[in-house]
Write a protein that binds this ligand. Structure first.
Ligand SMILES: C[S@@+](CC[C@H](N)C(=O)[O-])C[C@H]1O[C@@H](n2cnc3c(N)ncnc32)[C@H](O)[C@@H]1O
Length: 285
């Protein structure tokens, strides 16, 4: 079996895959319907399995994301369903979720109402639901194409899935939410041509781009968080690593307190947190 995985890895390496070995093992395991750890116990592949592997390798070599070929993505302890039309969750978002879990765990049981804006596949909300009990969860997503993935991935978590624009979502919760968490679109439109084709051709534009400076969605997030959060409620918003100072300014400028720039696993500034003050964090639409 390792032989087939080695051959696949060699093809992927030649096609420029950044991690041919792990990708090869995942593709082969996917076709065989086993987990990667079990590959070592498999003696060989049938002709039909080999053909299926080769077909996937060809698609991967042509630039399709591995996660679209296997239909799943891994995020913290979650495996979520993904495919064309929904953003593939990225590891750089995982630290923000850890921060949120620590904050929520330290709060009283009646102060654990959470709204995730721009929920995509639901990886963030699913992690919150499974890693800490007793949360009231709401997940807001605008994209029609992402909605089936979001509903599927959050089935059984008790999360309320809201299909709509974050700008006017959940007005019935105004002033009653304890945490707003969001990984919004944040790439400047002007950077479209600079992105690798496996991102720009396969992640939906609505998930990536946000106005000329990349900050349009975050401006909306700050406004919506000011509306939804109660005094003392928390905002955590991911951002492009070049935008830390801008996002700190936007959040602090809206009257949030204890505004802090936080780092991802690679040491890059990746998300900003703030506390809605008694009078701050509410700005006019
Ligand atoms: C970067 S993706 C993040 C998805 C998911 N939270 C994650 O971290 O994997 C941003 C998501 O925001 C959604 N989105 C963009 N504009 C929105 C809006 N105005 N209201 C709600 N969702 C929006 C996109 O469709 C996309 O699913």
């Amino acid at each position: 079996m390792t032989e087939a995985a080695f051959e696949v890895a060699a093809v992927l390496a030649r096609s420029g895959s950044p991690s041919p070995g792990p990708e090869a093992r995942q593709l082969v395991a996917h076709v065989l319907g086993v987990d990667v750890a079990s590959l070592i116990r498999i003696d060989g592949v049938t002709r039909a399995q080999r053909a299926a592997i080769d077909a996937l390798v060809e698609r991967r070599a042509a630039g399709e994301p591995l996660q679209h070929l296997t239909g799943e993505a891994h995020f913290r302890y979650e495996t979520v369903a993904v495919g064309p039309g929904v953003f593939i969750p990225r590891p750089e978002t995982e630290v923000m979720v850890g921060w949120a879990l620590d904050q929520l765990a330290a709060r009283p049981a009646d102060r654990r109402r959470v709204v995730e804006l721009c929920a995509g596949s639901g990886a963030i909300t699913a992690s919150l639901a499974h890693e800490l009990g007793g949360l009231e969860l709401h997940a807001v997503e605008l994209s029609d194409a992402a909605l089936p993935y979001l509903r599927h991935n959050l089935a059984g978590t008790g999360a309320d899935v809201v299909h709509g624009d974050m700008a006017d979502a959940l007005p019935q919760l105004d002033g009653q939410v304890d945490l707003v968490i969001v990984n919004p679109p944040y790439i400047p439109e002007t950077h479209r041509a600079l992105l690798p084709s496996d991102v720009v051709d396969h992640d939906p534009g609505l998930a990536l781009f946000s106005g000329p400076d990349g900050l349009d969605a975050i401006r909306t997030v700050v406004r919506v968080a000011g509306r939804l959060l109660r005094a003392g409620g928390l905002l955590a918003t991911e951002h492009d690593d070049s935008h830390a100072a801008d996002v700190v300014e936007l959040v602090a400028g809206a009257g949030f307190e204890d505004v802090s720039s936080q780092y991802d696993l690679t040491g890059r500034p990746r998300f900003v947190t703030g506390v809605r003050g008694a009078d701050g964090g509410r700005i006019a639409p």
